[in-house]
Ligand binder design. Sequence first.
Ligand SMILES: Nc1ncnc2c1ncn2[C@@H]1O[C@H](COP(=O)(O)OP(=O)(O)OP(=O)(O)O)[C@@H](O)[C@H]1O
Length: 590
Amino acid sequence: MTALMKRIFMASGKYKGRIALAFVFSFLKGLLKNMPIALGFFVLAAFYNGTATTELCIRIGIALIVIILLQILFQNIADRLQSAAGYLLFADKRMELGAHLRKMPMGYFTEGNIGKISSVLSTDMVFIEENCMTVLADMMNYIFSQIIMLAFLFFFNPWIGIAGVVVTFMILLLGRGLKKEAMEDSAIRQEQLGILTDAVLDFTEGIGIIKSYNMLGEKSKTLTDSFKEVCRTSIEFEENHTPWQRGLNLIYSLGVTAVIALSAFLYFKGTMDTPYMIGIMLFVFDLFGPLKALYGQSARLTVMNSCMDRIEEVFAQKELPDNGVRTIPESTSGPQVQFENVSFAYGEKNVLNNISFSLEKNKMLALVGPSGGGKSTIASLLARFWDIKSGKILVRGQDVRDVPLSNLMDHISMVFQRVYLFQDTIYNNIIMGRPTAGRDEVIEAAKKARCYDFIMALPDGFETIVGEGGASLSGGEQQRISIARCILKDALIVILDEATASVDADNESYIQQAISELCKGKTLLVIAHRLNTIRHADKILVISDGKIAEQGTHEELMHTGGIYKHFVTARENSRGWSRNRGCFCQNSSA
Ligand SMILES: Nc1ncnc2c1ncn2[C@@H]1O[C@H](COP(=O)(O)OP(=O)(O)OP(=O)(O)O)[C@@H](O)[C@H]1O
């Protein structure tokens, strides 16, 4: 427990002073809480010895009132200091975590960690935020109170003091077992909560697919199983606690009995005076109260501990280094993009080997090839979603690792197949491309992306809030808004993952027009699926098994007569390509 207190205290950064002060006031309050017992004993002793006077009684009465007022005051100050410190501390922690997540490689967000991140940011942080300061202050209180109680016992009689210390040690020993058991259980329970969050996110995000494939029953079962598992682990957590709590209660009772028996023995032996005997009886039933309360908090403490583990685990994930001090030059006579012998692996899995190519200003490079060949990985590496294993990626002659990520992203726009719109107004979704843009520029970008007309047809126009993930707009409309965002950003390099999903003919033609606007005067890296796009590319790289299998223009590759020609000839009547079982194939929907 003290380890947890220390852990939270060490993590409290600039609020350490405030928290320490809150503990001081809690301690003072704890001290005063036991004072009435001491005063009661003095009154008793005075009456017994015949020294009690009206004046003494009035003084003790006034002292009691002062003590109660001070207790209220100290409690108030401690509460204010503690709760504000808890909320301030975790507001900072959330921002710290947000900054940390921004610097994580993209891979971290695709390894089933989304649920964990969500539950760390919500469940874990909220739990600690709401509990830690109160629990910590209570714990300090209980520990101090217990020490004061034992000191009282020694004051009454050293033998009774020793008996109290022995019982306290027995309680602490049993408490260690309780703590160990609870730690393991609460780690499992919090882990299960993370899995549940993942299942809920999966279910809600994929509800469209789930319904269309009639998988409601199957997916609901996964979710229900997850709910049941959380319920089971929570009950187990409580049940595993019960025997330990019962054991502790037994020792408290035996301890109190032992102190009473020993006092009676000493009293009848004549070694203890009556007022002392009565004094002990006054508070003997509260003797181990603070320890009892302390272990009563153990469930909350252990949950807090595993919450801390999970928060620290996310913080411990390695960030993508972002300490570049150079900037991408405004112009260059050389290529805009260069890959020099780039090799890359996802963990142990080798994906790209010795990829080299260059891309000149205002030219279009098309990446084509079988599914899983490594096209998207090449595009992601240019945007530095991951760091490469060996080689170099240069943007205008500058290694992407030597420039700040923000500077790199200022020069790159990305259009993905999967569009994400924020639950915000259409206007705000577009302006995030360049937050300093004026309204006219946003409207202009919307016009160029062919979305102005449908936006104006909506009841609230640009102020229309799009549903979560943009659900209230059609796929094509969402795609065009995301293109407007890129047009507004006006970065010189555009990475475009051409859509393979079939949209209706109107939408498709609008999207193509929007993309043409976006690409005007830009350097393009396109993951190409359409023969039309590929035909017009200045250079085509055929990526297969993580290598460049062929490269050249459409004509050159057709002339060479390799796999590219083989495919084009076989599919020359097709309008587009799609991915299927690791080979180029005709897009049946096109
Ligand atoms: N985040 C990831 N973690 C681990 N492996 C990955 C990850 N992303 C992709 N891969 C693997 O890397 C290889 C290359 O994938 P990539 O998506 O780059 O291929 P691609 O040519 O773009 O395929 P497609 O045309 O199907 O999108 C594949 O074997 C894929 O399974």
